[in-house]
Design a protein around this ligand. Structure first.
Ligand code: ASP
Length: 369
């Protein structure tokens, strides 16, 4: 299930004429893209990255690719320490390669992408995550298309951020949710348009977060606070669960509130629990449980009271990104008090949060889908 290798397996494809080609480090972690049907279920980790690339011979004409297998697992098994390992490998190899591709299971690909967008900042190279919804050898698999697209995008000098390339789209890694469990259109960009589409040529929408300084120096962070969780609120939710999470050692909690970031304030009120957590120095972020949802906590009394109790609004950050951002902040700035955590949390670090601060300013992107 988990093949973390100390001596990394490396296989390099070299053509005689490859000297001018972009150098890509192709990092394997498992997922459906490495799966075979075994005993009636799809089991990841049955292909090496080398075998995967052999399905797509034309790739060798586009880039010089080095492969490395770091994990070989269903992405449901991913852990925050695995994200750190991926960031460390990219940091160690950063100067040697023009771009990085991580093949990954789709179930948690967006969590990994989001975490990497905080661990690896000030990028001047693309870091592309891709995978497939159907294993490579199954009829009608999306593997070939996605890998080929990932290589094309990774060799494109215009994108300098952590992205997901999937089903002909380029999506910002920290703005993505998995919407569909097996259909090819697995991911949707939330809060912004995709960065681009891939057809005969690669078309950018102009949204990308471009670092114009080609000599920009990578900022690598090697810590994450793992004791951060997402807690969804439901009607009848027992507010004491928040205290129990703190007793279990959780250092920060992202609450998925209703609608625009609302929580119960009458029966089963969450307000005393929020005050208690904040007094203990545990940040409480409130995001929206709407799939396409913004947290404007001042809009209703049910959000405003939580705001006054010290909760931090998630604005248009998706809750997965709110979680990885809190992990990054608490891991790397453990001395910060709640006020400093809030300030950094609401700052745009890698394109994960917009400047807009009211529903009226919401972009029209969602109506154009
Ligand atoms: N369960 C698989 C995984 O996340 C799903 C996929 O890769 O599409 O590893």
């Amino acid at each position: 299930m988990f093949i973390y290798t100390k001596t990394l397996f490396i296989e390099t494809y070299r053509n005689r004429d490859c000297m001018a080609k972009k150098k890509i480090l192709f990092i394997g972690t498992g997922g459906t893209i490495t799966a075979k049907m075994i005993d009636g279920s799809w089991k990841p980790g049955e292909f090496t990255e080398e075998e995967l690339l052999n399905f797509i011979p034309e790739i060798k004409n586009i880039a010089e690719i080095t492969t490395v297998i770091v994990f070989n697992t269903d992405s449901s098994n991913m852990q925050p320490k695995y994200w750190l390992k991926l960031a460390e490998i990219i940091n160690e190899n950063y100067l040697e390669y023009d771009g990085f591709i991580i093949t990954h299971g789709t179930d948690t690909m967006h969590y990994t992408a989001s975490a990497l967008s905080f661990l690896l900042q000030n990028l001047s190279k693309p870091i592309v995550l891709t995978g497939s919804q159907v294993p490579p050898q199954q009829l009608g698999s999306d593997t070939k298309r996605n890998v080929l697209d990932a290589v094309r995008v990774a060799t494109d000098a215009d994108i300098h951020e952590v992205i997901i390339v999937f089903n002909s789209k380029i999506l910002r890694g920290n703005r993505v949710k998995k919407f569909r469990e097996v259909e090819f259109e697995a991911f949707e960009s939330v809060g912004m348009l995709p960065l681009g589409i891939i057809e005969h040529d690669i078309r950018h929408t102009g949204e990308h977060y471009q670092n114009d300084n080609a000599d920009a120096k990578l900022k690598f962070f090697d810590k994450l606070e793992e004791k951060i969780c997402i807690q969804k609120i439901t009607p009848g939710f027992n507010p004491e669960i928040i205290s129990k999470l703190i007793e279990l050692g959780y250092k920060g909690i992202v609450i998925e509130g209703f609608g625009a970031g609302n929580v119960p304030i009458d029966e089963n009120s969450l307000i005393p629990e929020i005050k208690n957590a904040v007094n203990k120095g545990v940040p409480i972020v409130i995001s929206s449980q709407c799939a396409i949802g913004f947290s404007w906590m001042y809009l209703y009394e049910c959000g405003k009271k939580a705001l006054d109790a010290g909760a931090i609004p998630g604005h248009d950050m998706i809750s997965e990104t709110a979680m990885t951002k809190l992990m990054w902040i608490l891991g790397n700035y453990p001395e910060y008090n709640i006020r400093q955590i809030k300030k950094l949390f609401l700052k745009d670090i890698s394109g994960e949060v917009s400047d807009i601060r009211s529903p009226k300013e919401k972009r029209i992107w969602e109506y154009s889908l």
